[in-house]
Design a protein around this ligand. Structure first.
Ligand code: COA
Ligand code: AMP
Length: 644
């Protein structure tokens, strides 16, 4: 079956409503038609297999290959000489273009190399790499042979990598020798060695991509040099896999230290992402799509690698920061140089640019006329930043809401259907396929404007997680048990009288630091492991650049008479060591006591209000109001709770 990415309706008034209504009323018709844009080896028996609720599977019985759809078919259709990947790396001062034909050759060879290492269909491969195209080649090569990749973000510690290795049990790990941050080289290989030493599961082989900035010593018998083995590997063809087979596992913060292995399938994923390129982002095959994120995050999986390639776009791999590489004009330079049509980034990146260049003087140096829209996600976008970006760029700025679990947008202004009026602070309306409802504690829909739990009525559309890796029970307990027939997003918010969604906060202990999702519970577990700490709390405090920053509050064990500042430094180092620099955990206050309810629950939410300087009412169940006053004093003395 051949895909037909060519036909399209021009965006028009009423198109969002019509598409959304139909997607819920006739999901099989809606997604069955969307699936025509993908090439299949074998058609499905059913578009939606709903025979085992609350587990739903899309395109059951069908077979396809995701790598074929993302690479080979474009070469066959004449896109071989089109750039597939542009690696723009200000941190190394290099610019490399890989055409679709090159990508096919390199992916086929790497897939052949994996086969030679004994990787079989269904085996896992962990990928621990920075923003280099080899990361995409490794991912696509896994897809080519039906192996399951699990990419781990480079800013995590060896311990976090070990946890993921133990859960995914990879046969092979693919890593780079180092990553490059503006202020330092991050040696990945020692982190990998440390992770393997800590992990109970030992991968058989590690393939190391040597970067000239810091090549790594290889462990004989276990490690292989990427370049050396690529030179002799036999190219491998794409193998058909079941639409319902896993394509990848991506670990994300849960409410405990044990991350959740979000599973993505092949068929629903290819259909949903291809549909989204046209209908959400309004791009055409052949255009340049730039997602300024990292392959280690879901945004990187979906919109640096898979969606742009599935759709025949050119994707930009940007190895740099929004500021400092070299300045706050970096994003505008990339847009001009590569003629980017659509940019996707996190609000924190824009806040960084705005902080360094509030009058957008750098923008005037570049021709950004190719840009048609800017999409933002990863955290709530404050209206100031959204409005500022709209004014300076003079293109629609679309805040859209999604999660690692869904893999693509739940709510957005779908520019390819119709551009709805923008309301700052809202990611607009549910995307077709998502039946978004705001439910109160009684399980009933909350009236317009009332805050409640944001839930999605099952089935989730194609592309969303079918389960957690090896743990159907945790999948059900975490997401499906709050209200029968609904998926619990973990976010709270409201729908206004026009049906616009407002996502306001998390209902669990997850915080968003510079668009990175982190668990305060995980950080608390690290603090609690320090021999001098009796009890502790970590809260996410509002930050003008990163959205939120973690702040630790610790009570020392009685009899500990060491300097609190020394202990704080040790705790900061411990979180960096055990979770990673990405946690941006830099501040700890030693306090005499923590405020609690009479039943012993620490009042984290109340402390957050105090630290943010926002209004709060202490709960009626508070145990000792004096402790709250003490905390207020400690936070004020540390510079929190002010009006700025
Ligand atoms: N490998 C190793 N370390 C990494 C890393 C990686 N891939 N990515 C980040 N880190 C480190 C950084 O070096 C930094 O370490 P430091 O404490 O020694 O300085 C720490 O993790 C925090 O990094 P980051 O969040 O990038 O903060 P920053 O202060 O260096 O930069 C911003 C701030 C706003 C410029 C930056 O966070 C940014 O560009 N954010 C956009 C985020 C994004 O795209 N999110 C994806 C969701 S769409
Ligand atoms: P992640 O799984 O890392 O993509 O993080 C998902 C979480 O980030 C969501 O559950 C929200 O809490 C938050 N988030 C992502 N995008 C938005 C957005 N546009 N508005 C508000 N919150 C967002």
């Amino acid at each position: 079956m051949r895909g037909n990415a060519g036909d399209r309706a021009v965006p028009h008034a009423g198109a969002w409503q019509a598409a959304h209504t139909r997607s819920l009323a006739e999901p099989e018709g809606f997604w069955g038609e969307a699936a025509a844009a993908v090439d299949w080896h074998r058609p499905w028996a059913r578009v939606l297999d709903d025979s085992h609720p609350p587990f739903y599977r899309w395109f059951a019985g069908a077979e396809l290959n995701t790598c074929y759809n993302a690479v080979d078919r474009h070469v066959a259709a004449g896109r071989g000489e089109q750039p597939a990947i542009i690696h723009d790396s200000p941190v190394t001062g290099t610019l490399t273009t890989i055409t679709y034909a090159d990508l096919q050759r390199r992916t086929a060879r790497f897939a052949g190399m994996l086969l030679e290492l004994g990787v079989e269909r269904g085996d896992r491969v962990v990928v621990y790499m920075p923003m280099v195209p080899e990361a995409a080649i490794a991912m696509l090569a896994c897809a080519r042979i039906g192996a399951v990749h699990s990419v781990v973000f480079g800013g995590f510690s060896a311990r976090e990598l070990a946890t993921r290795i133990d859960d995914a049990k990879p046969k092979v790990v693919v890593a780079a020798s180092c990553g490059i941050e503006p202020n330092r080289i991050v040696p990945y290989k020692p982190l990998l060695d440390d992770a393997i030493a800590q992990a109970r599961h030992k991968p058989e082989r590690c393939v190391i991509f040597q970067r000239e900035q810091q090549p790594a010593a290889l462990s004989p018998g276990r490690d292989l040099d990427w370049a050396e083995h690529m030179a002799t590997a036999t190219p491998a063809e794409c193998v058909p896999v079941a639409a319902t087979d896993p394509l990848y596992i991506l670990y994300t913060s849960g409410t405990t230290g044990q991350p959740k292995g979000v599973v993505r399938d092949n068929g629903g994923h290819a259909v949903a992402l291809t549909w989204s390129m046209r209908h959400v982002y309004d791009v055409e095959p052949g255009e340049v799509f730039w997602s300024a994120s990292d392959v280690g995050w879901v945004v990187g999986h979906s919109y640096i690698v898979y969606a742009p390639l599935l759709y025949g776009c050119t994707t930009v791999f940007y190895e740099g920061k929004p500021v400092g590489t070299p300045d706050a004009g970096a994003f505008w330079r990339v847009i001009e140089q590569h003629k980017v049509s659509v940019l996707f980034t996190a609000p924190t990146a824009l806040r960084a640019i705005k902080r360094d260049d509030p009058a957008a003087k750098h923008l005037a140096r570049y021709d950004t006329s190719s840009l048609r829209a800017l999409f933002l996600a990863g955290e709530r976008c404050d209206p100031n930043t959204l409005d500022w970006a709209g004014e300076i760029l003079d293109v629609p700025v679309v805040d859209h809401w999604w999660q690692t679990e869904t893999g693509w947008a739940i709510a957005a202004n779908c520019l390819g259907l119709e551009q709805l009026p923008i309301k700052s602070g809202s990611p607009t309306k549910p995307v077709p396929g998502y039946d978004v409802q705001v439910l109160g504690d009684d399980g009933l829909p909350v009236a317009a404007g009332g805050i409640g739990r944001i839930m999605i009525k099952l089935p989730l559309p194609p592309g969303c997680l079918p389960t957690l890796w090896g743990d159907d029970a945790r999948f059900q307990a975490s997401y499906l048990s709050a209200e029968p027939g609904y998926y619990l997003s973990g976010d709270a918010g409201y729908l206004d009288e026009d049906g616009y969604l407002f996502v306001m906060s998390r209902i669990d202990d997850i915080i968003n630091v510079a668009g990175h999702r982190l668990s305060t519970g995980g950080m608390e577990a690290v603090l609690a492991g320090h021999p001098d700490v009796a009890e502790c709390a970590v809260i996410g405090v509002a930050d003008t650049l990163k959205g939120e920053l973690p702040l630790g509050l610790v009570v020392l064990k009685s009899g500990v008479d060491r300097d609190g500042a020394d202990i704080s430094r040790e705790l900061v180092a411990k979180v960096r060591e055990e979770i990673g620099p990405v946690a941006a955990f830099k501040r700890v206050l030693v306090v005499p006591r923590l405020p609690k309810t009479r039943s012993g629950k620490i009042l984290r939410g109340t402390m957050k209000h105090i630290a943010d300087g926002t209004e709060y009412r202490p709960p009626a169940t508070i145990d000792d109001p004096l402790i709250l006053e003490e905390i207020q004093g400690a936070l004020a003395a540390a510079g929190f709770g002010g009006s700025d």
